[in-house]
Design a protein around this ligand. Structure first.
Ligand SMILES: *Cc1c(COP(=O)(O)O)cnc(C)c1O
Length: 365
């Protein structure tokens, strides 16, 4: 059977590293996408035992699932601004902190809170480049009106989301400068901004300063952040495990997989494992070449990969078995000529949990 193994200890170690880097700032664990693929209830309770009390999601259903765990003293922040009445209604009902990124969202939240006779806690979202949600920083009047014109809303935080912390200091500083001057302007007008946050994983691990008084960290808990992580103190969490289901000898000249991409030059002993890209193995984010320079970047990284002849491996009995030919939808074939291996032995695949199918059994160890 194929299962995704999640090492509790590594999550705890990553959490310690994140909390220590955040210093005095409150850590929001971003657990969108069903906990970055780890699932929610178990993952969230591990983070809770590490001292995390603030969680952030982008789906109403995820917020409600966390709520159901009934972990004490926790707050949940919905990161998506929404003006959809039914979404706002379940969020307010469950005391989830709302994101207000537009006057429409403020109107919707205020109406629902009034009906339910509640004071809805909200964080205000400012758009400094992400272009999804948020008020324009050039128009502070609209933001001020969220503080002053909606009696059933209680704004207790303000934030923005960085577009390029994994690669560009210049773009990142432009965003943080714009955002922090807006916050100073609000404070100067007598508004208490409450929690001020913008740092994501890449920012926390590359820049650190300035930090605001809260940070929103997702991928760093999984140990898989998109910038260089050497000396980050993080370790990659999670791997797929399956069993070798066939062992065969291929004679010289035999090919493996679609397109016959691999040809055996000598007799090769192979193991077949029932895991493929449908399970999340070697599925990368799609490439969009929106800008000419993105296209150039992809070509250069392909050339680099070809030159370094980077190969893909599967771990069997503690040894690295090279993958032969293209990975199939549900199959991988690898070379075990020099590796002691029997049918039924465990094969380990390094897979980012966000690509692992939700149907695969998740085991926490
Ligand atoms: C996903 C997300 C984060 C966390 O990003 P990481 O890079 O995974 O740490 C923070 N804020 C918002 C709004 C997000 O959508």
């Amino acid at each position: 059977m194929t299962s995704f193994i999640i090492e509790r200890e590594k999550i705890e170690q990553n959490a310690r590293e994140i909390i220590s880097r955040a210093g005095d700032a409150t850590v929001f664990a971003v657990v969108k996408g069903h906990g970055y693929g780890f699932g929610l209830s178990e993952y969230v309770s591990i983070l809770h035992t590490c001292g995390i009390r603030h969680f952030a999601v982008t789906d109403v259903s995820d917020a409600l699932e966390i709520k159901k765990t009934e972990l004490p003293d926790t707050d949940i922040l919905m990161l998506r601004s929404t003006a959809l009445a039914d979404e706002v209604s379940s969020l307010v009902e469950n005391d989830v902190i709302l994101t207000i990124g537009s006057t429409d969202a403020a109107v919707a939240a205020n109406r629902v809170a009034l009906e339910k006779e509640k004071l809805a806690r909200v964080h205000i979202k400012v758009d400094t480049g992400m272009g999804r949600y948020g008020f324009a920083p050039s128009d502070p009047e609209q933001i001020v009106s969220v503080y002053t014109s909606f009696p059933s809303l209680s704004p207790c935080g303000i934030y923005t989301h960085l577009t390029s912390a994994f690669k560009s200091r210049r773009v990142t500083e432009r965003q943080t400068d714009t955002f922090l001057s807006l916050c100073s302007e609000l404070e100067a007008r007598g508004i208490d901004c409450g929690m001020v946050h913008f740092a994501n994983s890449a920012y926390l691990f590359r820049f650190r300063e300035p930090l605001g008084n809260a940070v929103r960290i997702g991928s760093a808990f999984t140990g898989r952040i998109v910038c260089k992580t050497r000396r980050s103190g993080l370790s990659r969490v999670g791997h797929l495990e399956s069993n070798v289901c066939e062992i065969r000898w291929l004679s010289p000249g035999s090919t493996v997989g679609y397109g016959g991409a691999y040809t055996a030059k000598r007799a090769v002993k192979t193991a077949v494992i029932p895991v493929g890209y449908a399970d999340g193995f070697c599925t990368e984010k799609t490439r969009d070449t929106y800008r000419f320079r993105d296209g150039i970047f992809y070509v250069l990284s392909d050339i680099k990969r070809i030159l370094s002849r980077k190969r893909i491996y599967v771990k069997i009995n503690g040894r690295h078995a090279r993958v032969l030919g293209h990975i199939g939808m549900t199959h991988t074939v690898c070379d075990i000529t020099d590796i002691p291996c029997e049918i039924g032995d465990t094969a380990e695949f390094d897979v980012n949990p966000i690509y692992v199918s939700r149907d695969i059994y998740k085991e926490f160890i």
